[in-house]
Design a protein around this ligand. Structure first.
Ligand code: ATR
Length: 296
């Protein structure tokens, strides 16, 4: 029951630390506006030691839901009532739905990546050879999603072998899916590159365009026309993707994954699937303003 004569504004948001860089408020508010819902989505800077209180506030304020970002995706789990789907499988939550005081955790990161791959690049992962650089949170979401999609083989390349080995163990235990692990100096990478249908960078290397860094992977061995993907969306075209284009490879940046994971969160909260074009438009505009790029 409403306690005011004004319509109740439903509150949504994103919890992160830091959170100032998040583009989610921009496009989620646009989605609420287009759907004509009386709701607002705000960024909240939540210190790790205050995460429990912040989650309690979702109940106390009767918020509709929350996105969870770095560094809270794993640590938020004990404070929730239920964990479903990919969140259960990967041990990572990026979306909380408040269903009448019951907080349910989901992860839309993996499905967001798959939607971007299929819709933007027309790439069907089943039976493909895939290489993933990095073994952190994003790599985990993407590798589980690709393993579920029945790729033929998945190769993980990481600096820290223990982290990749842990991910390999979880994929085997939870999905019965076998992956191989390599470091960047492995001479085998050239042969893998030549056979790969898809190479994905999930590391932050390339996020600072002023530093001339690209992931140390021998892209020049990839066959022409194969797909190279970077989950970085700022800049929209990393140096790595630029190099891939120059080598005659197809490329996919990270903006699609950002948009689709957000669309999936929005539909978990509201039951409405927003159309992506207006959301892409506000993001493109913001990225041009913030980087001085023309977005290409
Ligand atoms: P995210 O949630 O975005 O995946 P993360 O969990 O911190 O972030 O994971 C970042 C990944 O990028 C890790 O696999 C990390 O490698 P290590 O496990 O060896 O630390 C990788 N990474 C970060 N900086 C890197 C660099 N300069 N070169 C290569 N890999 C790097």
């Amino acid at each position: 029951m409403s306690d005011s004569t004004f319509p109740v504004i439903k509150l949504y948001g994103v919890y992160g630390y830091p959170v100032g860089h998040s583009l989610s408020p921009l496009f989620q508010n646009e989605a609420f506006r287009i759907a004509n819902l009386n709701a607002v989505y705000l960024p909240f800077s939540v210190e790790p030691e205050r995460l429990r209180e912040a989650v309690e506030a979702v109940r106390a304020l009767q918020m509709g839901g929350i996105n969870i970002t770095i560094p809270h995706k794993q640590t938020v789990i004990p404070y929730l009532d239920q964990i479903k789907g990919d969140a259960l499988l990967t041990g990572s939550v990026n979306t909380i739905v408040n269903r009448n005081g019951e907080l349910i955790g989901y992860s839309t990161d993996g499905d967001g990546f798959l939607l971007s791959l299929r819709k933007e690049a027309g790439f069907e992962p089943a039976d493909k050879e895939v290489i993933i650089l990095g073994a952190g949170g994003a790599s985990r979401a993407i590798s589980f999603a690709l393993a579920r999609s029945k790729v033929r083989s998945l190769h993980l390349v990481n600096r820290n072998p223990e982290r990749a080995t842990l991910l390999r163990r979880d994929l085997l235990e939870r999905l019965g899916f076998e992956v191989k692990v390599y470091d960047y100096s492995d001479p085998e990478l050239k042969r893998l590159a030549a056979a790969a249908d898809l190479v994905i960078n999930t590391t932050p290397v390339g996020i600072f365009p002023e530093v001339d860094a690209t992931p140390p992977f021998p892209l020049e061995y990839c066959a022409a026309g194969r797909l190279v993907c970077d989950i970085i969306y700022r800049p929209q075209e990393t140096k790595w993707l630029k190099r891939a284009s120059e080598l005659g490879l197809r490329t996919l940046g990270g903006l699609g994954m950002l948009i689709y994971q957000g669309i999936l969160s929005f539909s978990l909260w509201t039951g409405i699937t927003p159309s992506e074009e207006p959301l892409r438009a506000v993001l493109n505009k913001a990225l041009v303003v913030s980087t001085g790029q023309d977005g290409d």
